[in-house]
Ligand binder design. Structure first.
Ligand SMILES: Nc1ncnc2c1ncn2[C@@H]1O[C@H](COP(=O)(O)OP(=O)(O)OP(=O)(O)O)[C@@H](O)[C@H]1O
Length: 280
């Protein structure tokens, strides 16, 4: 703790400082992956979810939210039952796209593997649903990570999975989930899960639809809002804090120009900033 963290995207809170304390194998896996200090969203969210609170988290892309929910999911499953029956589903992580779900599955792998008998399953569209069904029937699945369409499909077709002891549901990029028209599937999935569970809802924007989903699916959630400056955020878990959806390293500018000068201005802008990463 003595050496102040120079990277503004990180807080001075180490993963090993978090309370309740993360399990030793998880701390080891974090060290092996080169993660020592928490990002603001991780410092605020992990202790809340690990203390069995529901959370709604306003977090920008790149804020480190994946670990902010993956670590609590692993911790909560560890505490509940590190040796569940093959078809007992303990946790579900839903995200809007195949790519995101695969990314989450990949990021979660080293931490899930600290739970020797917990089997994760990636459920996304693109491949034959029958193949997923066969795999679940034969091998079981304790943690489902996937897109709403495929998860809904699996729940409709397969009654071998047991959701009665489900501990935690994560809705990642809830604004996109709803914007892409997955409301029906989400509501159907949620209606099959036990009410006494933990739920984390992550969203870059708080739309009315997200508010409604939060009201329907969460119980007295604590709101976590991430400010632009990581320094001010350290350890702050919401309340009435002002929020920003813009990561602290991202600068947003606009340029007014005449219609016929657009192309030349664009070339000038790109040439001027060629050493930087920019999106126009
Ligand atoms: N505590 C940390 N220390 C250092 N790097 C981290 C930490 N947490 C996350 N990262 C890295 O930051 C990057 C962004 O993290 P992550 O993908 O979790 O963000 P995200 O908010 O989920 O973004 P996206 O919306 O793009 O999925 C990743 O490369 C990840 O490895």
């Amino acid at each position: 703790m003595a050496s102040a963290n120079q990277n503004k995207a990180l807080t001075n809170t180490r993963f090993s400082d978090l309370e309740p304390r993360l399990a030793e194998p998880v701390l080891e896996a974090l060290t092996n992956s080169g993660f020592e200090f928490c990002t603001p969203v991780q410092a605020a969210t992990i202790p809340l979810l690990c203390s069995y609170k529901d959370v709604t988290v306003d977090a920008a892309t790149g804020s480190g939210k994946t670990l902010a929910f993956v670590l609590p999911v692993v911790e909560i499953i560890r505490r509940s039952s590190s040796n569940p029956k093959p078809h007992k589903v303990m946790g579900i992580i839903i995200s809007p796209t195949r790519e995101l779900s695969s990314q989450i599955f990949h990021v979660a792998q080293p931490f899930i593997s600290t739970l020797a008998n917990v089997r994760p399953m990636l459920l996304v569209g693109g491949l034959e649903v029958k193949a997923d069904i066969k795999k679940i029937e034969e091998e079981g699945a304790n943690l489902l990570i996937g897109t709403p369409g495929r998860l809904y499909d699996i729940m409709e077709r397969l009654d071998i999975l047991d959701f009665r002891d489900l501990e935690i549901l994560i809705l990642d990029e809830a604004d996109r989930l709803l914007g892409m028209g997955f409301e029906k599937q989400l509501n159907s999935i949620i209606s099959r899960l036990p009410k006494l569970r933990r739920t984390g809802l992550f969203s870059a924007t708080q739309t009315e639809a997200v508010e409604e989903l939060s009201k329907a699916g969460l119980r007295n959630p604590v709101r976590v809002e991430v400010r632009a400056e990581a320094k001010q955020l350290s350890g702050s878990a919401s309340g009435n804090s002002t929020s920003s959806k813009t990561p602290s390293g991202l600068h947003i500018e606009y340029l007014e120009c005449e219609a016929d000068k657009k192309s030349s201005q664009l070339v000038h802008l790109i040439t001027k900033n060629k050493s930087k990463k920019i999106i126009v």
